[in-house]
Design a protein around this ligand. Structure first.
Ligand SMILES: C[S@@+](CC[C@H](N)C(=O)[O-])C[C@H]1O[C@@H](n2cnc3c(N)ncnc32)[C@H](O)[C@@H]1O
Length: 257
């Protein structure tokens, strides 16, 4: 897992990138690294290209960049609107024709599921505890909030750098949504590169049962847990019902707050 973070300024970086880097390095007390090939597998370097933040990591002795984008690609706004998985998510979180629950996505990650829920019309509060993932996600969200796509989004997205298991809920929430990391059973080379980078940063969420226990004790109507197909129940607790998709399932706990 990555334990040391740096800032990297490419020689040809623009003035704006250099200003952003300097501010970021100061805010988070990051030392600078002069060349990316100096990074070990336990180190990573943030880099600004204009306003876009990315993270350089050493994956299999190659420097690989990770950044998030809400407007584009698999995670993107259009993908969220047309995605088949939004029907499954809608069912799991209990959307009704004239009702959209207020959701706390307590394991925000890349923000994919949050975006689908916001595209369904939900107000979504996102928590992400990992410093680097939070920074990449906040940067992507700041960019997304400047777009016409965000203005057209029926729901809302707001993110905090919080460990959910230690959070005191100060707003009223209908549904807590959990999708902790799960140890991959396939050979690592077969796992998507993005997921491997993600695991280098976030680890495997070995404390997911504690998060589950915290969620069960919150004043919410429903707790929804996304699990890979075949994964054991969190906290060995049987759900009220289960919704199956192709590669994963939702364990739904009706709590009745
Ligand atoms: C599998 S990813 C979630 C992916 C996400 N559902 C998506 O659609 O992109 C799990 C994420 O939850 C975060 N996480 C795990 N436990 C957490 C906790 N107690 N509080 C906040 N974030 C947590 C991890 O750092 C990781 O980024």
């Amino acid at each position: 897992m990555i334990t040391q973070f740096y800032i990297f300024n490419a020689q040809q970086a623009s003035e704006l990138s250099r200003e952003n880097s300097a501010r970021f390095a100061k805010d988070y007390s990051l030392a600078s690294v002069s060349a990316l090939d100096l990074l070990s597998t336990k180190q990573a370097a943030f880099e600004f290209s204009e306003n876009k933040l990315s993270l350089n990591l050493n994956l299999d002795e190659r420097i690989t960049q990770l950044s998030f984008d809400f407007s584009d690609g698999e995670v993107g706004f259009r993908a969220a609107r047309v995605s088949k998985s939004n029907e499954v998510v809608a069912k799991a979180i209990g959307c009704k024709p004239h009702y959209r629950p207020k959701v706390l996505d307590a394991t925000a990650g890349m923000g994919r599921d949050s975006l689908i829920m916001a595209a369904l019309g939900c107000e979504v509060t996102m928590h992400e505890r990992n410093f680097a993932i939070y920074q990449l996600l906040q940067n992507a969200l700041d960019d997304f909030k400047k777009t016409e796509d965000y203005r057209q989004l029926p729901g809302q997205l707001n993110l905090s750098n919080i460990d959910s298991a230690k959070a005191l809920l100060t707003e009223s929430i209908d549904v807590i949504y959990l999708d902790p990391m799960f140890p991959e059973r396939k050979k690592s080379a077969l796992v998507k590169k993005e997921m491997r980078l993600f695991k280098l940063l976030a680890g495997e969420d070995q404390d997911a049962d504690e998060l589950f226990d915290w969620a069960l004790h919150q004043p919410v109507k429903r707790l929804v847990v996304k699990r890979p197909k075949g994964a054991p129940l969190l906290g060995s607790r049987k759900p009220s019902h289960e919704i199956k998709a192709k590669k994963f399932r939702y364990d739904v706990y009706i709590l009745g707050a």
